[in-house]
Design a protein around this ligand. Sequence first.
Ligand code: GTP
Ligand code: SPV
Ligand code: MN
Length: 611
Amino acid sequence: MVDVDKVLDEAGLTNPHVREFVTYWAGITGADRIEVVSADDDARLLQESLDAGELLPVTGGLYYSRSYYKDTARSEERTVVATSDPADKGVYNNWKPAEETVATLTERMTGASAGKTMYVIPYLMSPPGSPLEAFAAGVELTDSRPVVQQMIRMSRVGVDYINNLAEPASFVRAVHVTGDLPNLGQGTASDQRLFATVADQRTILHYGSSYGGNALLGKIAHGLRQAMYDGWKNAFLGEQFMLLGIVDKQTGKKYHVAGGFPSASGKTNLSMTLAPDVLGDRYYVEFYGDDIAWLWHDEASGKIYAFNPEFGVFGVAKDTNEATNPGALDSIQAGSGAIFTNVAYNEKTQEVWWEGRTKHHPDDLDGWLDWKGERIADRIEDELKEPWAHPNSRFTTTLANVPNIAEDYDDPRGVPVDAIIFGGRTRDREPLIRAITDLAEGVYDGLTLGAEATFAAEGVDGQLRYDPMSNRPFMAYGEGDYARHWLDVIGQASDQPIFAHVNWFQRDPEDGHFRWPGYRDNLRALLWLVQFKNGEVKGNVTPVGVIPTQDELNLEGMTISQEDLDAILTIDVDRWKQEIGFREEHLNQFDRLPEEIWEAHRRVAAALEEA
Ligand code: GTP
Ligand code: SPV
Ligand code: MN
């Protein structure tokens, strides 16, 4: 049995509630050793992982890891939110009673870390000193060293964050036990994995994975699911949002845009975007966050404020290259300390590669291993077309490595939000951008965000589904209550953000090409939105919002066919009428959906009938 007190004393971990929590779970999991970590331990832990072969070296002081081949994405089916109030059950949160969930997980975790080290990671999901700091402290226990290295990049890690809490007992208790990955029955009827956020106990228990979204508990489980629940009870919003600033050098003004796009649908790309060359003299984009934002009403200014609770980026590798996202490449260059997961790796040259990194894969196959560790040169005919990297392969790097990081990204006061945008992968119907000026219609738009699912979750790629506010996989409570909470939080602001719906993914039904070039050009749509909010352009009023006219959208230096432009700046009324029927079914599933949302729905439906 480990002498827990001795380890905690030596680490200077004094918070008695944390000590009690660590002692309890050390007993359950049966770990052989306990180690308290801080960000300063990073170099030593990396060396230990290299020595143990858990990490492989990448040229330039970077790192490579491979996760078990059945463990490469979030598992939505195995993820639950548990509370002791059945009224918290929603359509998407996989609600379970707290007591039985804790009992099941305690049983699965019993003795499951035997022979391993249990790392104690005290962390903070917030810039220190923020108004929401009371909800940001947590302690993750994990039996995986690579999880520690990732957490050190993704959150602020050190004992001081939990020793000096205003309320010493108020921290998220997060336990991660990897389990015996080859014997968990992933995807079968006897799947042993279970990922639970016991929201009303502020406890997170995840068993059976070492992949990011399932294992970095500060990020998705705390930063999103738990924050969403805490926000409901404490007047803030925890959302899967990117957060960026647009600086207009000519006027000296700065605008902040928060945006919810489903997983692997462009948040990282947009928040790191470079202005198109022709607009670069006047505008630039500043990065605040690419995956999570917490939003609240700031009484002093009457505005909605936001910050990014994370400390790093866990970005999709696929298609990241000099043209699509030079900022991301910059953030993972030599010296950044970045960690790659499940991309292709060359064991001789220690290089990495993923689909879309370059137009063609490297010609010389010598030394290249695919994401499963199999030699590419040995592939038989049938396997040649298979990707080298997993489609959900990722890179992990700290915010400070992002070249367009905003100077005030760490400011605990956050930044005022001028616009909230929603968007997903939608091959038809959704125009490039439609602005929405009414709060209820904006919230209604978020609730009815429909998109094609991606490889960020197991087994659902390409499927069309509704994804409220892009939070479907992270929903903590019922959708009707969630809508009410959104109306209440944003409704408090006297100076409210404008809403908009964007779509970079409309396709030509004939040959499937994207009608809008996307990436850097997406800034053009956001600039129009800012101008519209400022009253500088009027747009075309349609039943589903205001769309830019072709003259208003700045298309200088850009190539797009007239046919594509026409398609993305118009509304297909018949297709939208059909959509209204689907939305009605979708919204009808939700208990206690506010009347304001139904009114918004009926207003849009009636306007379409008249169109
Ligand atoms: P999560 O980290 O899973 O929450 O994803 P994310 O929303 O941050 O997604 P990300 O920005 O990493 O983009 C995922 C994929 O979408 C990448 O393969 C991008 O290349 C692609 N993508 C991003 N923006 C655009 C765009 O404007 N047009 C097109 N066609 N693809 C895009
Ligand atoms: C997502 O899937 O939305 C992510 C990555 O941001 S993960 O950490 O895997 O959830
Ligand atoms: Mn995400």
